[in-house]
Design a protein around this ligand. Structure first.
Ligand code: C5P
Length: 398
């Protein structure tokens, strides 16, 4: 549970996105957090304190003069044992108050009274014109300068019927960001390029050859790298997964397309992690129109040619990023992986015991480098991804 032992002060301000914060509260609690809800008066117009108390499991505070706390100073008491304050939704008015240090209700007062080291994350939510207004732009810039973390907003359809920037991030994305705030920033300022998923090699316009890679390991590594503070680009074959929040995603189908997306970007990266299960061959006699079942009179015959090796090509650049390969083997992992690392000329190769991990949420990884090999404890793909990122960051630092 990523938030076990963490206390989050969850502040709600006035906006229709309050309805989504019911879901966020559930998700925070399920992830192990203790959630203390504080609402502005306007927020109570959109969702009741009763709902928020039921979901968080704790009494809700909304009055500056609330006498339930022994010393009658809720603005101090509620923040001293907190690990983060999250304001969702954060209205344009509340951004103004934060930017100017206003203390005219309990939530604004506790933000000003928070210890300097207590992270404050806000999820703006407002109409597109309000978000674009010059005053809001100034307030947003001031909040960033003050070290307050802005989560979103996103662009899209709005409850008011207009479309544009100002939608609050989805609860799932906000949860990811709260979890990320507690991860060590081991790759701050670094650029990381990752390939993930299978490739799809066309036979004709409607058929092709692919493999069972789900993309879960590569996506988990992308998320872990971003949590560690890196700027992450994910070049992904076809998967059913949503890109982690804040990760730039480029969708490709074939190995050739993956190669063409990776190569021009690779030289400007600090790290390249090739997790994709790239097809070794492509169909060289691909049909331009759908092959008809009875047209050929016999079974169609396919011819193959080799695909470019993306990892080897990046490793062979004049000044390559730190390259990490993956190897899925069904047998003789140690022998094959050492040989593969040398052949592709990469400093680190990550072995897993092959096809049986495809699509699963857990994995078992063995790291191969010039000093030998070492196993990471088996576990959930995200936990392993964080361990791998820590290993890569330590090697980069050397
Ligand atoms: O050669 P093999 O497919 O076993 O190597 C696996 C590693 O090489 C993985 O990191 C994979 O992403 C990468 N690879 C690649 N381009 C290919 C084949 C594999 O980048 N054409």
């Amino acid at each position: 549970m990523d938030l076990a032992g963490k206390k989050i002060v969850l502040g709600l301000t006035g906006g229709i996105a309050c309805y989504k914060v019911a879901e966020l509260t559930r998700a925070l609690v399920k992830t192990g957090a203790t959630v203390q809800v504080v609402m502005t008066r306007a927020a109570t117009q959109f969702i009741t304190p009763v709902t928020m108390q039921a979901l968080s499991g704790h009494p809700v505070f909304h009055d500056q003069w609330d006498a339930r706390i022994d010393n009658n100073m809720p603005h101090i008491d509620l923040t001293r044992d907190a690990d983060a304050i999250v304001i969702a939704p954060c209205s344009a008015d509340f951004m103004f108050k934060l930017a100017h240090g206003a203390c005219d209700d309990l939530l604004s007062t506790l933000c000003v009274a928070r210890p300097m080291t207590l992270p404050l994350l806000i999820a703006p939510a407002m109409n597109v014109e309000m978000w674009q207004n010059a005053a809001t732009r100034r307030n947003a810039a001031q909040l960033k300068q003050d070290g307050i973390v802005l989560l979103g907003p996103d662009a899209g359809e709005q409850a008011c019927g207009e479309t544009g920037m100002g939608r609050m991030l989805e609860p799932e994305q906000l949860l990811e960001e709260v979890i990320a705030c507690f991860q060590p920033k081991l790759l701050a300022g670094k650029r990381v390029l990752i390939t993930a998923g299978p490739t799809f090699e066309a036979i004709d316009p409607v058929r092709g050859i692919t493999n069972l890679s789900s993309g879960k390991m590569g996506y988990a590594i992308a998320r872990a790298a971003r949590e560690a503070g890196a700027e992450v680009t994910l070049v992904s074959g076809p998967t059913a997964l949503a890109a982690p929040y804040g990760v730039g995603r480029i969708d490709v189908l074939s190995a050739q397309q993956m190669h063409d997306a990776v190569l021009p970007r690779a030289a400007s990266q600090d790290v390249f992690i090739a997790v994709a299960a790239v097809a070794d061959w492509k169909v060289s006699n691909r049909a331009e129109s759908k092959i008809k079942k009875d047209a050929c009179g016999a079974m169609p015959s396919l011819a193959f040619e080799e695909n470019p090796d993306i990892l080897a090509a990046v490793a062979a650049l004049p000044s390559p990023p730190y390259c990490v390969g993956f190897a899925a083997e069904s047998e003789n992992l140690i022998e094959f992986a050492h040989a593969k690392r040398k052949k592709k000329n990469v400093p680190l190769l990550v072995g897993n015991l092959g096809p049986q991990t495809f699509g699963k949420d857990s994995n078992e990884l063995v790291l191969f480098d010039e000093n030998g090999h070492a196993s990471l404890p088996p576990g959930d793909k995200l936990v392993l991804a964080r361990r791998l990122i820590a290993e890569i960051a330590a090697r980069l630092a050397n």
